[in-house]
Design a protein around this ligand. Structure first.
Ligand SMILES: *Cc1c(COP(=O)(O)O)cnc(C)c1O
Length: 365
């Protein structure tokens, strides 16, 4: 037996489970398990990716100036206060590595995104889950839980897997009332899906204790590219840059993300379609008697009468080639999270759930 052991707690980390992408024995599957953009990236982005291939002998930019400048311009922010990472997951990791550690606590909420807990544990910190109120982040519960050991508070807004939101006003109240040594992290992975929402960028601009993370993985249809970014106070961005590897992003990543920002028509089309099909899917599922909160993102959470029914429905969907996400590990055993796909996918999944629940009869059955 060897004596090589990792730091305490590392072996307690549960591996992140991504959305499944195949079903054994079914060839024609529809993947609605990872909140991917059903339209994929726009042509402008794909062309930039191809072009970047010709310069792969060159090391990439290490300061990401061009992408940061494009982001700053698009969102009306200060480029010096932006950091880019390999997905926003990497920024979440930087934050935990730099600010949390042994003997400290990292707060997230009851149904919060799995990476917060994993990144906290990887840094040696204690992950602390705080209750939500009817699947909505509860600012008062967070304020009650924050103490001298707390270093970070993670909130996704809109949240995953619930799709719910908290108001900017509530977040401002949280930022103003947290202990002085606590950094509030607002994860805006789905911010682009909310019309007129800046991901609380203005709150970040005006405070020294709030950071926002964003991604190209959802609305921009670039989950496979791995590009995310963070915007925060200068002192925080300086700290994060010290733990960031100099070449954490390859040139094709940087160039593709920058091109994607410029293709506003693609984003607008995806936004419209998501709203249209999310409204339709929410209505269809509610008509079948399922509990569905208003979602502000590109997925809906369908609540069944029991965990057993949700499990059986999931199996039924799988056999029909429809892959959705079970969310028992998010404290929601009676629910299934369904990404908003294109129209045929949404119709297929609603039809299959209708058959399962006996709300629709198969012709001739
Ligand atoms: C999908 C998602 C992300 C994005 O992660 P990337 O590493 O940027 O792909 C971040 N936060 C939440 C809550 C998500 O659902």
């Amino acid at each position: 037996m060897h004596k090589i052991v990792p730091q305490p707690g590392i072996l307690k980390i549960d591996l992140y489970k991504g959305g499944a992408s195949s079903v054994e024995g079914v060839s024609d599957v529809v993947k609605l398990s990872s909140n991917e953009n059903p339209f994929g990236p726009g042509d402008t982005a794909v062309n930039a990716y191809k072009r970047a291939g010709h310069a792969l002998h060159r090391y990439p930019s290490s300061d990401h100036l061009s992408l940061r400048t494009a982001l700053a311009k698009a969102h009306d922010l200060d480029a010096d206060r932006i950091i880019c990472g390999s997905g926003s997951d990497e920024i979440i990791g930087f934050l935990c590595q730099a600010y949390a550690g042994r003997g400290t606590d990292v707060i997230y909420t009851e149904h919060g995104f799995a990476m917060y807990k994993i990144a906290a544990q990887a840094a040696g910190a204690r992950p602390v889950s705080v209750p939500e109120k009817n699947r909505v982040v509860d600012v008062d519960a967070i304020l009650k839980a924050a103490n001298s050991k707390t270093r970070l508070v993670f909130i996704a807004n809109p949240a995953n897997p619930t799709g719910t939101m908290v108001s900017d006003k509530e977040l401002a109240r949280l930022a103003a009332n947290l202990p002085d040594h606590v950094l509030l992290v607002l994860d805006g992975a789905y911010a682009e899906y909310v019309e007129g929402f800046d991901g609380s960028a203005k709150l970040v601009t005006r405070r020294e204790n709030v950071v926002m993370t964003r991604t190209f993985s959802k609305m921009y249809g670039l989950g496979g590219l791995r590009v995310g970014w963070g915007y925060g106070p200068a002192h925080v961005i300086d700290v994060l840059n010290r733990v960031r590897a100099p070449f954490n992003l390859a040139e094709p990543q940087l160039a593709t993300a920058e091109a994607a920002i410029a293709d506003t028509a693609h984003v607008e089309k995806c936004l419209r379609e998501n709203i249209r099909m999310r409204t339709w899917l929410t209505g269809a599922l509610r008509d079948m008697g399922l509990g569905v909160d208003d979602s502000h993102a590109n997925f809906v959470l369908a609540r069944f009468t029991s965990a057993e029914t949700a499990d059986r429905c999931n199996e039924h969907l799988k056999s029909a080639g429809l892959i959705v996400r079970q969310v028992a590990n998010y404290g929601l055993p009676n629910a299934l999270r369904i990404s908003v796909g294109d129209e045929p996918s949404c119709r297929r999944v609603a039809h299959a759930i209708g058959l399962f629940l006996g709300k629709i009869k198969e012709p001739g059955a």
